[in-house]
Design a protein around this ligand. Structure first.
Ligand code: NIG
Ligand code: FE
Length: 423
């Protein structure tokens, strides 16, 4: 059999192939193979072995990893990828100490992005989404989740979801879609949030029929949606056949973590204020904790999610950028890995689990993404890093050398984006 591609001379290979989701202390057990090579055919990994054995293989093309690190493509399981405009004007307010939720209360924050997203054409949102997606890919991300939530009306929420679908169809990175219609209370429903939630629920049968989203999410937070509202909303979403996620205990500790477990959510996200009981409930559930330290960092918070407590209790932890224009404007998941090391005190071994295998499980892609395994899509990153500890250590820069998605080289340092972004 002639292979399409061989990656040779791999100094350290992380396959993450022990299965998943990986919980608690097991996250610290990383299998590292040295002097390895990988063979790819028809988009899939078909051979993994020692570099010395490559001489017996036939192949069309090879990449020399130069003795460096090779891992699965990164998975970002929580982003707000599709939106109009930007919010650099809020930086000064933040510097004056105006809290995030106060900016929202004054009609700014999420609501300012809602205005920009309602005004943007579908084409503009698509082009902008492409731009951000390209940048994510250049940082090693090969699968990403994307939430709606900047429409807060039927027309614009559907527009965002259609854009996410088009991005998935036209860009090499896989885009997994979540309906976050319950992201904020729009001005026109200020006096009647329950009626707003009803309006968002009424969209679900159509979203299901059109296959526009796999998950339904809600922002459970002071001044946004309460635990009771979130419970009722997500219960309905489950009845319509959706898996659910929840922005829980991000700013104020309301008990959203417990709610995520109670509902059997696929993930509970943020969890900065998760209680002791919430953490222990998570540990004995199938819900994955998606932690987003970029948000604590960017909002200038003292407190970060208690990752150590979670891991010690036995929780499966994933990490994400939370890429969005307000609380975490960055596509750089490598920087989040550094924050996880510095602020969440996660070990490099735990961090690699959190951005690959566990992140894939958090968006129901555990069987196709986050691991390098024979018979699975070849989503692989060749790093310009001598070892896996180096990536979280040397912070703020891009360590990617080559990104391979489904067997195709889609990004090479110096060469830029190899495949045409729009096909
Ligand atoms: O995950 N918390 C709500 N949603 C986003 C922020 C969105 C925004 O500020 O535009 C988050 O932090
Ligand atoms: Fe978010």
């Amino acid at each position: 059999m002639k292979l399409d591609l061989v990656i040779r001379n791999i100094g350290q290979l992380l396959t993450m192939a022990a299965g998943g989701p990986v919980k608690g202390k097991d996250m610290n057990q990383l299998s590292v193979e040295t002097d390895m090579a990988i063979g790819v055919k028809d988009g899939n990994v078909v051979w993994i072995g020692k570099d010395a054995e490559v001489n017996d293989l036939q192949y069309d093309r090879f990449i020399n990893a130069n003795g460096k690190l090779v891992t699965p493509g990164l998975v970002d399981p929580h982003t707000h990828l599709v939106f109009g405009g930007s919010r650099e004007h809020e930086m000064a307010l933040k510097q004056q100490g105006v809290p995030y939720l106060d900016i929202l209360k004054q009609g700014g924050g999420i609501l300012s992005t809602v205005r920009a997203t309602r005004q943007a054409t579908e084409e503009e949102l698509f082009e902008k989404g492409m731009f951000h997606l390209q940048r994510m890919m250049s940082y090693g991300i090969t699968t990403v989740e994307a939430k709606s939530g900047y429409g807060l009306n039927e027309e614009t929420e559907l527009k965002q979801l259609r854009v996410a679908r088009r991005l998935n169809e036209h860009h090499p990175v896989d885009v997994v879609s979540t309906f976050l219609g319950a992201h904020a209370i729009p001005t026109e429903y200020k006096e009647d949030p329950d009626a707003f939630l009803e309006a968002m629920l009424a969209m679900l049968p159509d979203i299901k029929k059109q296959g526009l989203a796999e998950f339904v999410d809600i922002f459970c937070e002071t001044g946004v949606f309460s635990v009771d509202q979130s419970r009722a909303f997500l219960q309905k979403a489950k009845e319509y056949g959706f898996d659910v996620k929840i922005h829980a205990d991000e700013i104020d500790p309301l008990g959203g973590t417990e709610l995520a477990v109670e509902l059997g959510a696929i993930s509970g996200d943020h969890l900065v204020g998760a209680s002791h009981q919430g953490i222990h409930a998570l540990a004995s559930s199938h819900t994955i904790a998606v932690l987003l330290p970029g948000t604590s960092f960017y909002l200038g918070k003292e407190s970060y999610a208690k990752a150590r407590k979670m891991i010690e209790a036995g929780v499966a932890v994933a990490l994400s950028t939370d890429f969005n224009p307000g609380s975490s404007p960055t596509e750089n998941l490598q920087f989040i890995m550094s924050l996880a090391a510095l602020k969440l005190k996660m070990t490099p071994e735990e961090i690699w689990h959190a951005v690959t295998v566990n992140a894939a499980y958090a968006i129901n892609r555990g069987n196709v993404a986050g691991q390098i395994r024979i018979g699975r899509p070849a989503d692989i990153v060749v790093w310009d890093a001598p070892n896996y500890q180096y990536v979280p250590y040397h912070y703020g820069v891009n360590h990617v050398n080559t990104v391979i998605k489904a067997g195709n080289i889609v990004y090479e340092r110096g060469e830029g984006y190899v495949s045409s972004p729009v096909s």
